[in-house]
Design a protein around this ligand. Structure first.
Ligand SMILES: O=c1ccn([C@@H]2O[C@H](COP(=O)(O)O)[C@@H](O)[C@H]2O)c(=O)[nH]1
Length: 233
């Protein structure tokens, strides 16, 4: 699987998201639709984006009891999305249930990946607030191993952790990595961040980039900068 840049469409309406996409004339992007846009518009925004030929990661981060997640994934499997996700903290049993729910009658399904630890979480907060005493890297690797054992296709993690996850789970196990910032940009609420170039060096399969592209003065140029640093370098 080739490396790609996913653009996080964190917009409050379909109208805003589609007019943002209109700037990328003739380009087929890999976009990420998260909670804000999906809760605002529902499945219609997925259909509209797919109609324009873009690939789509639906980032709803499911986390519930296994039965509920299985049923919810069965509903999501009817959407024409390329990738969906859940929280690895929901246990191996929950992840296996998700996979069952997501698999269509003909055996096909979107890729399914698990969030390890959010890229906005620091080791200090994880240990003090979430009462997880281990090193953050170790927690991320253990959650990735759990996801692999459940049969998932990969994880969401920081690019800083991609190399270690590939060592633990194999090079074909996908690392989808938000927490990407250009050298000269502010981190915002992200903690475990690095640049697109460093993400490539560390072995990320996909980088997920939101505000550095969507809030740039020239979003197309910012996207192209990500592509040249991460994909074409
Ligand atoms: O651990 C995670 C999981 C998901 N995200 C999502 O990625 C984008 C990042 O946006 P930026 O504006 O580039 O910070 C956003 O949609 C998050 O919900 C993440 O950041 N970290």
């Amino acid at each position: 699987m080739g490396k790609d840049v996913m653009v996080a469409l964190d917009f409050k309406s379909g109208e805003e998201a589609l007019s943002f996409l209109d700037q990328f004339t003739g380009k087929q992007l890999y976009v990420k639709v998260g909670m804000e846009l999906y809760y605002a518009e529902g499945p219609s925004i997925i259909r509209e984006i797919k109609k324009r030929g873009h690939k789509l990661f639906l980032d709803l981060k499911l986390h519930d009891i296994p039965n509920t997640v299985e049923k919810a994934m069965a509903v999501l499997s009817r959407l024409d999305v390329d990738m969906v996700n859940l929280h690895a903290a929901g246990t191996i049993e929950m992840m296996k249930a998700a996979l069952r729910g997501l698999t269509r009658e003909d055996g096909t399904r979107p890729l399914l990946i698990a969030v390890t630890q959010l890229t906005s979480t620091s080791q200090e907060r994880m240990q003090k607030e979430l009462l997880i005493p281990e090193e953050l890297d170790q927690v991320v690797i253990q959650y990735a191993k759990n996801a692999a054992e459940a049969g998932l296709d990969g994880v969401v993690c920081s690019p800083l952790e991609s190399g270690k996850i590939h060592e633990a789970c194999g090079s074909g196990f996908l690392t989808v990595t938000p927490g990407v910032r250009f050298d000269d940009a502010s981190k915002g609420d992200q903690v475990r961040v690095t640049t697109p170039a460093k993400a490539k060096e560390l072995g990320s399969d996909y980088i997920v980039v939101g505000r550095p592209i969507t809030q740039a003065e020239d979003p197309v140029a910012a996207y192209e900068r990500c592509v040249s640093e991460f994909v074409n370098a």
